[in-house]
Design a protein around this ligand. Structure first.
Ligand code: B12
Ligand code: SF4
Length: 493
């Protein structure tokens, strides 16, 4: 069977999607032929860098000897649909296997509609198909979807298709028959994470491995050693997923240290990867005992890595073990500096003092911290955003990611506030326009202005705050002031 994976990423949003990497490895191992159509490095004709409204607030990083833009500067602008058509015509796939998060879904659908698939069926999997299966299966272009994990289901589907067997009853798949009937099959138990093969990075453009860190460039990408999160934060899909998959096994599971170590060793050997970002939702949920075993196994590899953590999982012992293992960066969700909003609105039962204690430990071990912050939260006022800024300042945070909360389908926030995230034409309201949901007590304009200037308020001395206030505006003077302040901020980083 010939399977064409389709990664519908935005231009230059790099990082190897682990879903495709693992599924490709499984199919190849079983003798199927795999190719990839990936939009990450296809420079759209008439592409203007930075012309789009940003999704996140401005952050600045240490300069590296070369940038991702340098790596793509000689690439010609292309018509993405023509490239897709060429790929279909040359490879002649028996199945197109699409993987998307919600954010990439519309783009994938648009492209699929514009090409002639020569009758090739389409299966869609990934976070969007999992969380919104009803919406996806009713699209004409989609023949099947995978709800949840795809390792066993996609392999079974390909085997059945190749052998000419029926495939309407494969667990985790919803299948549309020729007469339009939809078979919604039961869910299967979670896969055994220790039986997974090494992720297949070979089908990807190797520029995905570009990893700048603190002024140097390394090679590497994502690796996930656990799946699931027991948290029930109201803005996160895990709240819904935990419920959906409760009969499939323990929702949070982790790989044995020897499996993780074996895969990292192989990825270093095959692709020269020395910098990994663990994609685990909350890396330190793993017990100390397992972390110590992992440390002992991967220390000789001499790799550097980053991971995402929740403040309430931080202990000095765990951070020490991670440091010894090669941890150089941690992303940590503060979300808001207002404890009441954090606890009541976001359902994160984490106090300011827990956050402060956690960050102090991480700082003490000289691990670079980047915080995740949300603004535009339900009921939030301007002064609450400043509580978030002040908390980050108190903790001496140098790198803060700030997003306007987006009420994804399937999250508690979306259901509580009856939010529909699609426009009349069926396409999704982009992330960069999240402020129009108007959940906070601020105007969308003010939320956008604070997103833009959050890091200026965080990094620059308070004497400059009146100027930053001017930079919040959108006129010519505000833009001039904004650019000057941005330059000041770049000097500090
Ligand atoms: C790593 C990661 C990233 C990375 C890398 C993305 C990439 N290229 O893969 C980066 C940092 C770039 C990223 C960015 C963002 N991310 Co992110 N990310 C993750 C994370 C932590 C892990 C994903 C992962 O690799 N999982 C492991 C693999 C094995 O699982 P999987 O992809 O789901 O694949 C399995 C199944 O879904 C299925 N499957 C997948 N594809 C297919 C295809 C077929 C055909 C079949 C049959 C099956 C199948 O089989 C796979 C194996 O079981 C998830 C959290 C999570 N738990 O999933 C969030 C997550 C996917 N991200 C999320 C979000 C919101 C974002 C951002 C929008 C954040 C932001 N505000 O900027 C950006 C968007 C970037 C962009 N512009 O495209 C949300 C998505 C919500 C949604 N409704 O889509 C998640 C779920 C986080 C969360 N808890 O809310 N992200
Ligand atoms: S802790 Fe993070 S991954 Fe877990 S539910 Fe909350 S936001 Fe989602």
């Amino acid at each position: 069977m010939k399977v064409l994976f389709f990664n519908s990423a935005r231009y230059l949003v790099i990082g190897i999607p682990q879903g495709i990497a693992v599924l490709s490895a499984i199919l190849k191992k079983a003798g199927h032929e795999v190719e990839l159509f990936d939009t990450t490095f296809l420079k759209p004709k008439r592409y203007i860098l930075d012309s789009k409204k940003p999704m996140a607030g401005t952050t600045v990083y240490k300069k590296t000897p070369y940038t991702l833009e340098d790596l793509v500067k000689d690439d010609p602008g292309v018509s993405i649909e023509e490239e897709f058509q060429k790929k279909i015509d040359s490879f002649k796939p028996d199945l197109i296997a699409v993987s998307t998060m919600t954010i990439n879904y519309d783009f994938a659908m648009r492209l699929l509609k514009r090409v002639n698939r020569r009758g090739c069926p389409v299966i869609m999997g990934g976070m969007h198909a999992t969380i919104c299966p009803e919406d996806v299966i009713f699209r004409d272009i989609v023949d099947m979807i995978c709800v949840g994990e795809g390792e066993e289901s996609l392999l079974e589907l390909c085997d059945h298709m190749e052998q000419g067997k029926g495939f309407t009853d494969i667990p985790n798949l919803w299948v549309k028959s020729k007469n339009g009937k939809i078979y919604k099959n039961k869910l299967r138990p979670f896969v055994d994470l220790d039986k997974l093969p090494h992720p297949d990075w070979s089908i990807f453009d190797q520029r995905h491995l570009y990893r700048p860190f603190m002024g140097k460039v390394y090679k590497g990408s994502f690796y996930t050693s656990s799946r699931g999160c027991p948290g029930r934060c109201t803005y996160c899909v895990n709240d819904r997923l935990g419920e959906m998959f409760k009969e499939c096994g323990r929702y949070f599971r982790c790989q044995k240290p020897e499996t993780t170590a074996m895969h990292l060793t192989e990825l270093k050997k095959r692709y020269g990867a020395t910098w990994f970002k663990f994609g685990d939702d909350t890396f330190l949920l793993q017990p100390l005992r397992l972390l110590k075993e992992l440390r002992d196994m991967i220390k000789p590899l001499n790799i550097l890595f980053g991971c995402s953590v929740r403040p309430d999982t931080i202990t000095e012992e765990k951070v020490k073990v991670l440091k010894e293992m090669g941890c150089v960066a941690m992303s940590i969700g503060i979300e808001t500096g207002n404890e009441e909003i954090r606890k009541k609105v976001l359902n994160r039962n984490i106090s300011d003092s827990q956050i402060e204690k956690a960050l102090k430990i991480i700082n003490d071990y000289d691990i670079r911290i980047s915080t995740f912050n949300l603004i535009g939260l339900p009921g939030e006022k301007r002064e609450n955003v400043f509580e978030t800024i002040e908390l980050n300042r108190r903790l001496n945070v140098k790198s803060a990611n700030v997003y306007v909360v987006y009420p994804y389908s399937g999250t508690k926030i979306a259901s509580t506030f009856n939010i529909v995230t699609t426009k009349k034409n069926g396409e999704m309201i982009p992330l960069s326009e999240a402020s129009i949901f108007h959940l906070s007590k601020m105007s969308p304009r003010e939320v956008e202005a604070l997103k833009k200037t959050f890091n200026l308020y965080l990094s620059l001395p308070k004497e400059l705050w009146p100027l930053i206030k001017i930079a919040e505006g959108s006129g010519a003077k505000s833009n001039r002031v904004y650019k000057t302040l941005l330059k000041r901020m770049e000097k500090i980083v």
